[in-house]
Design a protein around this ligand. Structure first.
Ligand code: PAN
Ligand code: ZN
Length: 183
């Protein structure tokens, strides 16, 4: 790979090269995200729950775009599948595209009135996330869930609203299958 070329490795679900930044979310950074505090405390908090790589050329300017790839590990905290924190965009009217690359997941979506719905994520699935909709990825499969994303670079991330109010649904394993629970 040339130092000046950015490459998206579809099979590996990774992004390398110029303008790429990355972040890792371990279980210890996700305190309060999962329903069962007891199961959380029993878990290995060093586990990597998800990683994000992002192609950021322009900074947070209006009119720009970011491209990213998220990799969510398989796993659970108690009966609840590994998932991203989830967020609204800070600029609420900013939308986003997600698309499934590998694995099996659910995209949890929720509007500002806490009405929630889900979409199945699989290789080739395409998801338009309108503005004003909070979004979270859940890995319901046995391999790493890999999902591409593209969003306006001035969207920003509002994590606080979800941190305090949560989503109105959670995806839990029940009798060996994913099940949607309402809160
Ligand atoms: C994605 C998410 C990524 C990680 O790139 O940021 O899946 O999820 P959290 O940001 O909720 O931790 C995106 O939606 N960007 O806007
Ligand atoms: Zn987003």
């Amino acid at each position: 790979m040339s130092l000046y070329v950015t490459e998206f490795h579809n099979a590996a679900g990774s992004l390398t090269g110029n303008h790429v930044t990355s972040s890792v979310r371990r279980l210890k950074e996700l305190n309060g995200v999962f329903l069962s505090k007891e199961a959380y405390d029993r878990s290995d908090l060093e586990q990597v729950v998800y990683e994000v790589e992002m192609h950021n050329v322009c900074g947070n300017v209006e009119g720009g775009l970011y491209f990213g790839v998220s990799r969510i590990s398989p796993g659970k905290v108690g009966d609840e599948y590994f998932m991203t924190k989830g967020h609204f965009h800070e600029k609420r009217n900013r939308g986003e595209y997600y698309w499934g690359i590998r694995g099996k997941g659910m995209l949890v979506l929720m509007d500002e009135n806490r009405e929630a719905y889900t979409e199945d994520v699989f290789p080739g699935s395409l998801h338009y996330i309108p503005g004003h909709i909070a979004h979270r990825l859940v890995n319901i499969g046995e391999v790493t869930l890999v999902v591409g994303a593209c969003w306006p670079s001035d969207a920003g991330h509002d994590y606080d609203t979800i941190q305090t109010e949560g989503f109105s649904i959670r995806v839990m394993e029940q009798d060996g299958n994913p099940s949607i629970m309402h809160y």
